[in-house]
Design a protein. Structure first.
Length: 278
């Protein structure tokens, strides 16, 4: 009986992945954006071709003069920093008196294939700086970059400094690589042949499907993110439990072809940012 249930779940997961196995790691049904996940009150104050800028509502009588702009990764959604009231860096920062702005990256399609690394700086980070100034009147900001969003922030700091734009007065980096000399196990998936194959696939659609990146990350920690669910779901026939972090992990996004190609080549293959040649 458990194997029958498991094979039914396996068939459902293959169908959900349109022929590829889309392994369910949690019960996603209980979660709803804005209801019990990503619940910190805020509003979209600006929208470009690659991003929306969210301003969060203050909760303190007074706020710090310098606003905080957060640049999250585009590989997953921004609300990793706002999972729920108990696990929300954004909510915590607001409670400390920060006026918080977050870049929410677009989920690109074929229209965004030519949007490259510089476009993400100009139409994402730099646009965010403009929106912060428009909303608050403050030119200077503190910035946080998370994951590849931090890599973009580091590159943007160099570019903006070269252009005389010094609005970012401090930068903090969460789990960010700027020197890819020792890039870890991900380099298993990044060499010239594999990057060229990814580029050929992206050029057909204009983007890399988010499930491809999610699968690569799962493979890096297969003992935690693949095999326990194979055993629980398909062999034991049990439904996985609700888990907000794994809901976020499964909510993957596509990546614009030009931007992802630039990132793979200039960071992983050539390490140009740390060499000063990007």
């Amino acid at each position: 009986e458990n194997l029958v249930r498991g094979m039914k779940m396996l068939a459902e997961d293959i169908a959900a992945g349109r022929g590829d196995l889309k392994l369910r790691q949690a019960d996603y049904a209980p979660f709803e954006i804005g209801k019990n996940i990503a619940t910190t009150p805020g509003k979209v104050i600006g929208r470009s071709d690659v991003a929306e800028i969210i301003q969060y509502d203050p909760t303190t009588e007074t706020v710090l003069k310098r606003p905080l702009l957060i640049c999250p990764p585009w590989i997953n959604k921004y609300y990793i920093l706002d999972l729920n009231p108990q696990k929300s860096f954004i909510r915590w920062a607001i409670e400390q008196g920060h006026t918080v702005f977050v870049i929410s990256w677009i989920n690109p399609d074929e229209r965004h294939g030519a949007k490259g690394w510089e476009a993400y700086i100009r139409e994402g980070l730099q646009y965010g700086l403009d929106m912060v100034e428009k909303a608050t009147g403050e030119k200077e900001v503190n910035a946080i970059g998370y994951c590849v969003g931090g890599t973009l922030l580091a590159a943007a700091l160099a570019l903006l400094a070269q252009e005389g734009d010094h609005r970012i007065r401090s930068a903090t980096f969460f789990t960010t690589q700027v020197d890819f000399t020792y890039a870890g196990d991900l380099k298993v998936f990044v060499d010239e042949d594999q990057v060229a194959a990814v580029e050929r696939s992206m050029n057909e659609k204009g983007y890399l499907d988010g499930t491809k990146m999610a699968t690569a990350f799962n493979m890096l920690r297969s003992g935690d993110l693949i095999w326990p669910y194979v055993i629980n779901n398909y062999m034991r026939g049990k439904d996985p439990l609700p888990f907000d972090l794994l809901y976020w992990n499964a909510d993957s996004t596509r990546m614009a072809a030009a931007n992802h190609s630039f990132y793979l080549r200039n960071c992983y293959l050539e390490n140009n940012l740390s060499r000063g040649t990007m």
